[in-house]
Design a protein around this ligand. Structure first.
Ligand code: UD1
Ligand code: CA
Length: 465
């Protein structure tokens, strides 16, 4: 089988986005537009891809990385001109060139595969992916002859009133037989309403040469929606999120309100997990089975085990074992690692710390740079004082120790196994295993003080009168 090279057009300015960011770098469901397209193409088995960059090209290159070939289009003189810039990267074999726009992020690998297959099976010189749409305005229209062959693509701005009524449009995805494309590109000229080199004009050239052009029609036109402004971006994002949520629900995940559940493309969730509304699962996140996540929870780049409950909490770059209970209102910051059966309650912040099996931090606590062993109980209001203004220091709480409420642990400090800390202590020295540490002022009780105080107040008032 001959090789296919993907060409993704991404040099345009995207004026209608009104953005300081390159259009193709706007994200949907956690992934940039152009990356969605590139992934759909690689998912169809096309490994060699050329990205045409121009406007803010360096940003695009930086965002996508080294795995692609970049062709620079210095001036954006049209889609035909963009493809011309890739010629030096074509291989010498008579391969297939797959051309797509970087602003159609909803395209799927299945569609790309179908286009390539039909192109090959029919030995076509060129195959155009088309779709019937309810509002064709703005798109190039497909002109077919009486045999159904595609004979021309006419841009909206160049079309007659009659042609504008045609509802079959050019999606901007094509397969070309490489051998025949070079000549066709060479004869393009910018004699049209936009003064551009239109890639679409190669179709009429093939027609004149009696070379067969195939029209491959896509059933779900929404897959090829081009994004030119932020309304279309929001619309496409909604479709993409529906697609992600539907696949997850069919695989066994319950969503109480899918419309209010926001899950990125690569997130994995096990069966029988329930996701409650206003939950955002982002980036490289994996959730196990039989969990209850949400409501009001954000999890970014984290791993969560099975049977975990997380309520109204924010979790970033953390890992959580099985059967943990988290929230409401907890904040787990990067580097948090919870073993199995850990309870993190309300208003608890944890940063760069490990918590061992069966330990509990139930309320109002800050834990930073800390190693917590198994079955440790951290009382309400405990604070690790990990920062001295210059450096961060470690706290170690060994297995079975009990930290009384309102304790300050001034790091570096170690609390030994099964040690107990009296409530309200400020601990500045290590506590040996099995010891009780109390570090606070001793309590003094003064008998009869209240009655005496009342008497004095009465006398003072009389004097004032
Ligand atoms: C293009 C097609 C139109 C089709 C529509 C589908 C042409 C002439 N028209 O129109 O038939 O219905 O896509 O969405 O091809 N680009 C470059 N360099 C340029 C110009 C554009 O790289 O000089 C890139 C853009 O970044 C974009 C893509 O090509 O990703 C399409 O360009 P755009 O200007 O959006 O074309 P449309 O007017 O939408
Ligand atoms: Ca477009």
């Amino acid at each position: 089988m001959n090789q296919t090279t993907g060409i993704i057009l991404a040099a345009g300015k995207g004026t209608r986005m009104n953005s300081s960011k390159a259009k193709v770098l706007h994200a949907l469901a956690g992934k940039t537009m152009v990356k969605h397209v590139l992934d759909a193409v690689s998912g169809a088995g096309v490994t060699r891809q050329i990205v045409v960059i121009g406007h803010q090209g360096e940003d695009v290159k930086k965002a996508l990385g080294e795995q692609y070939i970049y062709a620079l289009q210095e001036e954006q003189l049209g889609t035909g001109h963009a493809v011309m810039q890739t010629k030096k990267y074509w291989d010498n074999n008579a391969g297939t060139l797959l051309v797509l726009c970087g602003d159609t992020p909803l395209i799927t690998s299945e569609t790309v595969e179908k286009l390539i297959k039909e192109h090959r099976d029919n030995n076509a010189v060129c195959s155009v992916l088309t779709a019937q749409v309810p509002r064709p305005k703005g798109y190039g229209r497909i002109i077919r002859d009486k045999y159904g062959h595609v004979v021309e693509i006419i841009e909206d701005k160049d079309a007659t009133e009659e042609q504008r009524k045609i509802d079959e449009i050019n999606t901007g995805c094509y397969c070309f037989n490489q051998e025949y494309l070079k000549d066709a590109l060479a004869q393009l000229n910018p004699a049209n309403s936009q003064g551009e080199y239109y890639l679409t004009d190669v179709i009429s050239y093939y027609q004149q040469q009696d070379l067969p052009v195939m029209g491959v029609t896509l059933k779900d036109y929404r897959e090829l929606q081009g994004i030119n402004n932020r309304l279309q971006l929001a619309d496409a994002e909604q479709l993409l999120r529906d697609r992600i949520n539907n696949a997850l629900m069919l695989s066994g995940v319950t969503m109480v309100s899918p419309q209010n559940t926001f899950i990125d493309n690569n997130v994995k969730i096990g069966p029988d997990t329930i996701v409650l509304p206003n939950t955002y699962l982002r980036g490289d996140t994996t959730i196990g089975s039989s969990c209850e996540i949400g409501p009001g929870t954000t999890i970014v780049d984290s791993g969560v085990g099975d049977d975990v409950v997380i309520n109204n909490s924010v979790i970033k770059e953390s890992s959580i074992g099985n059967r943990c209970l988290i929230g409401p209102f907890s904040y787990l910051r990067p580097g948090t690692k919870l073993a199995n059966d850990v309870k993190i309650g309300d208003f608890v912040e944890i940063k760069k710390s490990e918590v061992g099996t069966g330990s509990k931090i139930p309320h109002l606590t800050y834990i930073g740079d800390t190693q917590i062993g198994e079955k440790v109980n951290v009382g309400a209001g405990t604070i690790t004082c990990n920062y001295d203004g210059k450096n961060k220091w470690k706290t170690i709480l060994q297995d079975g120790c009990f930290i009384g409420s309102n304790t300050n642990l001034v790091a570096p400090v170690i609390v030994g196994e099964n040690a107990v800390i009296g409530a309200g202590s400020t601990i500045t020295k290590d506590v040996p295993a099995e010891n009780l540490a109390v570090a606070r002022g001793n309590q003094k009780n003064i008998s009869g003080w209240a009655a005496k105080n009342n008497e004095e107040t009465k006398n003072d008032k009389k004097k004032e009168e």
